[in-house]
Design a protein around this ligand. Sequence first.
Ligand code: BDR
Ligand code: CA
Length: 313
Amino acid sequence: MEKNTKVILDCDPGHDDAIAIILAASKVSNLKIEAITTVAGNVEVEKNTLNALKVCDIIGLDDVPVAQGSERPLVKEPEIAEEIHGETGLDGPLLPKVPSRKAMETHAVDLIIEKVLESDNDITLVPTGPLTNIAMAMIKEPKIIPKIKEIVLMGGGTFGNWSPAAEFNIYVDAEAAKVVFESGVPIKMFGLDVTHQAIATDDIVNDLSKIDNPIAEFVVELLKFFSQTYKEFFGFEGGPIHDACTVAYLIDPTIFELQHVHVDVETKGEFTYGMTSVDTLGVTKKEPNTHFAYKLDSEKFWNLLTRALESYN
Ligand code: BDR
Ligand code: CA
């Protein structure tokens, strides 16, 4: 597959972030990964960076720069999701103790600015963690704003998983999310409404475990751990592979249905901090700023992931 869609994966790996990276780097993908940047989220940024580097080692992604980013949200105190992703942020599979290379000296925010400024306005940002780095880059160098092709992000929804109203990535840094949603950059939002349709049930994990290569085995181990925490925590049938939805969309947009709507980010509410207010009925009469993904073709989604894992044979 020709790699003609340039992306920066801004992430906090994270089981589903790791699967997003693996899908993006697979042979069925049209994505050219310009950089992987990390942010504080699921666990502390240093751990997320180590995890990103280890995932790169596992899939042989040696030539993609990895840069570490923000260690805390713009305003609020950091909050992590250890109970979902474990102490390392990537508990479950056996990982190399130490990655074979280090992150760049350059800060993720500066790398994003540099890459976007140098580009022909053809870089898509794919954030799958809190939006701190993206907001910081926009604040530090506003010239990047009109040059970003689009932002395809995992976050938000019409309900929450970290509070009844707020999804984790937006809740952790709602001030950053507000900057991003108000930036004017075209946004495609893959929130809980759609990612909860990508549940790795036991049957699915069982099917994936028939793929005979070490990368598929690694993904199966990730899914087993992640699904267990979702079963215990939320009573789900398995773990939703939230972050991989963004990459799946960029590879095959026909998997999803999206609606062009206005989204605001709540930064003040006592019970609603970090909520995305998704105006699906157009009641605010505000100009749409987001393509909101609400439906996923589950068969197509799992087929794509299966083909991606088989491509590592
Ligand atoms: C999001 O939060 C994280 O735990 C996952 O990696 C995903 O990005 C889901 O709410
Ligand atoms: Ca994530």
